[in-house]
Design a protein around this ligand. Structure first.
Ligand SMILES: Cc1cc2nc3c(=O)[nH]c(=O)nc-3n(C[C@H](O)[C@H](O)[C@H](O)COP(=O)(O)O)c2cc1C
Length: 291
């Protein structure tokens, strides 16, 4: 709950400006301090914007440590610098054969807490897979895809699969079958086209009953990809693993997915073995302006 120290409050009204539907209400008379109301319709999701904007430090949010973060920079980075930075991020499929120190993994993960979450649920969880566990997980993932290949090839299995999963899911799997088969063959030959021998894999997951868990995890994942770049690390989003983890009990068990959680994204992480010299060509965004 929000608490105002009225002895400090400057009655500037800034907290009221940022609190659109929450428990802060305008005072009955001009020049008085804002009120904190206890109304179940006042949806406070502890965004703490009121405390963040208060120039007097008069507001505290129960359960959140106010002193944790240092002062904000006075200005955002220049647009050109920021665009140059995000343009330099590349999906990286060549990693140095050295582990990522735990301290760097922790710093990458910490960046996820600053991503927006629906209703400020802050429910994004991260599982970090390192060491031999990365290749064990790759092996299990390929076993899952091997099972799918067997389904596609067997008329009986195919029939029951289509009944259970639907024809469009079956068609999507069939379409990707050459990629699965090639990846599996290469894996048996000793080449990892799934995780590219990355020394670490970060998986984002969340309770599926949160308001918008997938979106929360997407934003958090992208924050981590950018944070990794600032630390000299590189990443690659991994949809192949995610699709398998969504559907495989073995994979869910291996990554210790809590009951009620869904995996919503994964990135490989490691020190890049190659340096990109320029941004690859990209189509412009298709924009519609309505005024
Ligand atoms: C949802 C999603 C899933 C992806 N899955 C994979 C994957 O399974 N394997 C892979 O090598 N790259 C994967 N990528 C990386 C894309 O291929 C990559 O972003 C794209 O080729 C553009 O390259 P860039 O990120 O360097 O700009 C994925 C990217 C996204 C956004």
């Amino acid at each position: 709950m929000i608490k105002i120290d009225y002895s400090k409050c400057l009655k500037c009204g800034k907290c009221l400006m940022v609190c659109k539907r929450g428990p802060l209400r305008a005072p009955e008379k001009d020049g008085e301090a804002p009120l904190v109301i206890e109304d179940e319709n006042a949806a406070c999701f502890l965004c703490a914007h009121c405390a963040s904007v208060c120039p007097a430090g008069a507001i505290t949010v129960e359960g959140l440590k106010d002193v944790e973060f240092g002062a904000l920079p006075s200005a955002a980075p220049h647009y050109e610098d920021y665009i140059a930075f995000i343009r330099s991020r590349r999906s990286t499929r060549n990693y140095k054969n050295i582990p990522v120190p735990g301290e760097l993994i922790a710093r990458v993960i910490d960046s996820a807490r600053y991503a927006p979450t629906a209703k400020n649920s802050c429910g994004v969880c991260v599982t970090a897979v390192t060491g031999n566990s990365v290749s064990k997980l790759a092996g299990l993932t390929f076993e899952f895809y091997k099972g799918l290949m067997e389904i596609v090839k067997s008329p009986v299995k195919k029939y029951f699969f289509m009944l259970a999963a639907g024809i469009s899911t079956f068609r999507a799997i069939k379409k990707n079958m050459p990629a699965f088969e090639y990846g599996y063959k290469m894996w048996l030959d000793g080449t990892d086209l799934l995780f590219y021998d990355a020394p670490a894999l970060l998986i984002v997951h969340a309770d599926k009953t949160l308001p918008m868990p997938k979106d929360d995890c997407d934003y958090a994942l992208y924050e981590m990809t950018l944070a990794a770049e600032t630390l000299g690390l590189a990443t690659c989003v991994n949809g192949f693993f995610l699709r398998a983890a969504e559907n495989s009990k073995e994979l869910r068990r291996f990554i210790k997915l809590p009951a009620g959680h869904e995996p919503y994204g994964a990135i490989t992480l490691g020190f890049p073995a190659l340096k990109f010299k320029k941004t690859p060509a990209r189509k412009p965004v298709n924009v519609t302006y309505i005024s």
